[in-house]
Design a protein around this ligand. Structure first.
Ligand SMILES: Cc1cc2nc3c(=O)[nH]c(=O)nc-3n(C[C@H](O)[C@H](O)[C@H](O)COP(=O)(O)O)c2cc1C
Length: 188
């Protein structure tokens, strides 16, 4: 796949087959992340590859998060919790990505941009390897329980998101984008 095809055909994948993600492919995709551009060579990212126990814990956190807001009878709540947990457990592989916080607002902004570049590299590399990925920033991904699970100090690092990996069960059609002319202004 050439680079431009990879960029334009890449989609956010939310539905995966049950086929496991080989570790070597996951590592290759993550390795593309550490080659991302980053100002001052801060390399502000860390990747946390979740094992089955951690994924189960994330599923429980998602269940807790959903139930906190829900108002319903006990049976409905139990069903909602089960669905919230199944949603996470259906992801073949999950990687949490953090971004370091140095206390300097300008550098933190650059660092978050660099982590975003790393995630884009990872998603494109995964795509080239036949793997789909979704970047999730749902509320539960940044709850205190998620920080505790990863062993991350929220004063030192922020969770930029959870990445869900797997072989695509379905590839959605591309969402329409504004044309280049709409977002471009050529100055004299
Ligand atoms: C910072 C960021 C956070 C995102 N968070 C979510 C998310 O929480 N849930 C989700 O379904 N998609 C999430 N996405 C994916 C976007 O919704 C997706 O890229 C967009 O709909 C365009 O679809 P495409 O990636 O297939 O082109 C996120 C993307 C970015 C850049």
């Amino acid at each position: 796949m050439n680079l431009f095809d990879a960029i334009t055909t890449r989609r956010t994948i939310k539905e995966f087959t049950a086929q496991p993600v080989p570790d070597d492919l996951l590592h290759q995709a993550l390795d593309a992340g550490r080659w991302a551009q980053n100002h001052r060579m801060t390399e502000p990212w860390r990747f946390f590859i979740l094992g089955p126990q951690s994924q189960q814990a994330v599923a429980a956190i998602n269940g807790d998060a959903l139930l906190e807001k829900a108002r319903a009878d006990a049976e409905t709540l139990a069903k909602m919790r089960a669905e919230a947990e199944t949603k996470i457990l259906s992801k073949p592989r999950i990687v949490a990505v953090t971004c370091s916080l140095c206390g300097n607002k300008e550098v933190e902004q650059e660092d978050y941009a660099a982590v975003s570049c790393a995630i884009q590299n990872i998603q494109l590399a995964a795509w080239g390897l036949g793997l789909g990925m979704q970047w999730s920033t749902s509320g539960f991904t940044t709850r205190p329980a998620t920080y505790a699970l990863l062993g991350v100090d929220p004063a030192q690092e922020m969770i930029a998101g959870l990445l869900y990996f797997g072989y695509p069960a379905a590839v959605p059609a591309a969402k329409a984008r504004k044309s280049l002319a709409e977002v471009t202004k050529t100055l004299p």
